[in-house]
Ligand binder design. Sequence first.
Ligand code: AMP
Length: 225
Amino acid sequence: MAGSLRLALFGPPGAGKGTQAQLLKDKLNVAHVSSGDLFRHHINEGTELGARATEFMSKGLLVPDDLVIEMVLDEVSGLEQGSGFILDGFPRTRDQAAALETALRARRQPLDKALLVSVPQAELVRRLGGRFICRECQAPYNLEESQFASPPRCERCSGELYQRDDDRPDAIQVRIGVYQEQTAPVLDFYRERGLLEEISGVGAVEDINARALEALGLDSSAQVG
Ligand code: AMP
């Protein structure tokens, strides 16, 4: 049976949100809605939305609110009524957060929690510089510099691993700045509503996942749903 938790996941670029979202999705049996993955899908498919988004994404800038809001809310409204979800990478501005709140209120399904995965800035720069992702299934990998020239294939699906344009050094600095200026204020939005929990995103993936489940009030050994 599908789980019912409705969660928004936050963290600076490189905090490991995507990895934690995948683990939580599998453990809680909820949908994973990643705005970045949706945009990359549009880009791969060559859609008009993908073409509009790519100019912003390749520079590490946020895609304008109207484009993002429509795309993500469409995805959420396509979920079965009552089924849970993890929003990963959305909302990233206060206007996006307000639009989401209005849409979920109309469905009588407000968010249960917002979870922030915190990682110090020096660690983010180090991680993002070595991040490659699978072109097919989007699974993230951390490679050593010596592997950059001929990256291995994806362990899950044998897809090609590549480095995103926005994981190159100049774009990384822009993305961290954008996060601090535009997305950090969204955390106050959820803090004011008493929904925000914060965990450290440093350490082994499974330990971070156990912290996440604990912060959400779920036993880390439990299979929910
Ligand atoms: P991500 O995979 O979440 O790091 O997103 C990659 C890029 O997609 C971001 O740097 C933005 O350019 C764009 N993007 C993803 N989600 C949003 C959002 N909620 N608002 C604006 N731009 C977004």
